[in-house]
Design a protein around this ligand. Structure first.
Ligand code: F6R
Length: 611
């Protein structure tokens, strides 16, 4: 999604902005631009395409500027083009604006502004912002007031940063439902939509709240609430290293993040298991036995990969606690008048903590009286701040658009929660808890074992990369991992892929199986193993070439499938943490073989902050 950087200080602004925007490239974008103040006028350079095109356009110019704003755009309103790129300016060309989010009422505002004489040049919703600010600035001669009046007029979500010729020593910003932080430097200050953009300069930040308006100069930062009152902000110190957001010798962030999974799993478990009792101990959340006894159901809501982690979570919670769990894709949840109330524990899962639909679902559930527990990877994110309870996945920054280490840590968080609830409610025996927790603690080392199959998966991926359709089959939670596997393959290699509950195949999709069609079959659930063998035979009889994934020791599979990938033995319930790894590698190497932009696949964004 779009990225924002703003800078004021003693350094040359352009290199700081370019460097910051490059750190945000992983979010996905299709155009980029910046605005600086040069000799009392606003200079804008922007372009369709990647940062290197912008750098070519800048060509070392504008070196003396000490103040500027930059943006990477992921098109929502208006196709990617030079003119639709940000920054956008007002009629006088003295005000420049960058914006993340969507102005939902931009059409009516644009019509009104055009009627009173404003000239628009782009197809974007954003362009109403500089014109509104201009309109109100002409009336008040006060930029802060003009921004406040603009904010009052617009509906939707925004992180907006404003540069004006008349304020050569200040940059202004406002946010609602789209993340924005202030970076606190020494004789310099920053705005950014994400921390990595400024991490080379400072670790001290303010996280702006919804409704905040902020003003930075070289030496000062003022933050106002929506009523215009000055706020005292609490400083946050960013603990993680910029290094953690670098590639560290790997060709792509995605590959690095796949290899970071053992560590991510270890960290997510650490401190959450009581060394004496061997039980789960989630100190950071306060789900008491009394509260849990009073709930009627649990709702799990998320998008994309996080939603597939949620499906495994649903299975684990229902199996261990016998509490009914409903599962929804966040973009559907609030439009179906969901059956949640004060007797529902709502669990939202989001790596970024900023996904607009997940955030909206959280708010809907809270409105209906539910308690919301968030599983997220980003401290200080909107979802973490609005939820009643937060269980952090400690995956570290995930940069590649395709989620890998966040997914496995989301699974770990779901297992911890399931065992914790089951234990508190006395739904499982001490022995079962100890066995489950032991299985969890072994997963980190077992992922390392699975990663040893990388070379053979790479070979397999070469074959797969020549096909346009791949089918993934599984039963029970294997089906949920198959869903994650097909999404990974699709999103980065652009090969069409589909996941099916294996028993459902013969109700229609089997018609698409022909000589050579690649099928990936997951068979880790012992009690469903024979059923999977039958399903494999059904597709093989129609010409499919089946690669199966099962536990070590299940050599019987070699009689049915053409290729078998073995994963170390764990409990059936925890198998997804291991079985997903070969599928991630398959997607990765198939994408590499097809020459795709692995870390920034076309049309996708890391953090989807619009509905
Ligand atoms: C796919 C992927 C997406 C995200 C989804 C939700 O690899 O990463 O499907 O899982 O956009 O994002 P978060 O978890 O940030 O809410």
């Amino acid at each position: 999604m779009c990225g924002i950087v703003g800078y004021i200080g003693k350094a040359s602004a352009v290199p700081v902005l370019v460097e910051g925007l490059k750190k945000l490239e992983y979010r996905g974008y299709d155009s980029a631009g910046l605005a600086v103040l040069e000799n009392s006028h606003v200079e804008i350079i922007k372009t369709k395409g990647k940062m290197k095109v912008l750098e070519e356009k800048i060509n070392g110019s504008l070196n003396g500027c000490r103040i500027g704003i930059g943006h990477t755009r992921w098109a929502t309103h208006g196709r990617p083009s030079d003119i639709n790129s940000h920054p956008h300016k007002d009629c006088s060309g003295t005000i420049a604006v960058v914006h993340n989010g969507i102005i939902e009422n931009y059409q009516s505002l644009k019509e009104w502004l055009q009627e009173i004489g404003h000239r628009f040049v782009s197809e974007t919703d954003t362009e109403v912002l500089p014109h509104l600010i201009e309109e109100f600035y002409n009336k008040t001669n006060d930029l802060l007031k003009a921004i406040k009046m603009t904010i009052a007029k617009i509906e939707g979500s925004y992180a907006v940063v404003v540069l004006s010729r008349d304020y050569p020593g200040e940059i202004f910003a406002a946010r609602k439902d789209s993340p924005l932080i202030v970076g606190l430097g020494d004789g310099e200050n920053f705005f950014a939509s994400d921390i990595p953009a400024i991490l080379n300069h400072t670790r001290r930040i303010y996280i702006l709240d919804d409704g905040d308006i902020a003003r930075i100069s070289e030496t000062e930062v003022d933050v106002y609430d929506s009523n215009g009152n000055k706020k005292v902000k609490e400083e946050t110190y960013v603990e993680w290293d910029a290094e953690a957001a670098e590639k560290g010798g790997y060709d792509h962030f995605m590959l690095k993040e796949i290899h970071e999974q053992p560590e991510a799993v270890r960290k997510t478990l650490s401190g959450r298991i009581d060394a004496f009792t061997g039980k789960v101990n989630l100190k950071e959340i306060s789900l008491t036995k009394e509260y849990l006894e009073g709930i009627r159901n649990i709702a799990i809501v998320a998008c994309g990969t996080a939603s597939y982690a949620g499906l495994v979570g649903k299975y684990a919670i229902e199996k261990l606690t016998r509490i009914p769990v409903m599962w929804d894709i966040a973009s559907e949840f609030r439009y179906r008048d969901p059956l949640v109330d004060e007797k529902t524990l709502m669990i939202v899962i989001s790596q970024s903590g900023e996904t607009a639909d997940t955030l909206a679902a959280l708010r809907e559930a809270k409105k209906k009286g539910s308690r919301v527990l968030a599983i997220t990877n980003v401290v200080g994110s909107s979802i973490s701040r609005e939820a009643d309870e937060v269980l952090y996945t400690l995956a570290g920054p995930e940069i590649a658009v395709a989620s890998t280490k966040a997914y496995v840590t989301q699974l770990i968080a779901m297992y911890l929660l399931a065992y914790d609830i089951a234990c508190k409610l006395g739904k499982i025996t001490e022995g079962e808890v100890v066995q489950g927790v032991y299985a969890l603690t072994k997963l980190s080392e077992q992922i390392k074992e699975v990663l040893k199959c990388e070379a053979s998966i790479k070979e397999w991926a070469q074959e797969i990369s020549r096909w346009e359709d791949v089918y993934f089959l599984g039963r029970g939670i294997d089906y949920n991992v198959a869903q994650e596997g097909q999404l990974k393959l699709k999103e980065i290699s652009y090969i069409h892929a589909e996941a099916l509950a294996a028993g459902e195949m013969k109700h229609g999709t089997i018609a698409l199986i022909e000589e050579g069609t690649p099928v990936v079959a997951l068979a880790t659930q012992d009690f469903l193993f024979d059923k999977m063998l039958s399903n494999i035979q059904e597709v093989q009889a129609r010409g499919a070439r089946v690669t199966a994934l099962t536990f070590e020791g299940n050599t019987e599979m070699e009689k049915s499938a053409e290729r078998v990938i073995y994963i170390p033995k764990t409990l059936p319930i925890t198998a997804p943490v291991l079985s997903v790894v070969p599928l991630q590698l398959l997607a990765y190497y198939a994408a590499v073989a097809r020459g795709s932009d692995v870390d920034m696949p076309r049309n996708l964004a890391k953090s989807v902050t619009v509905e």
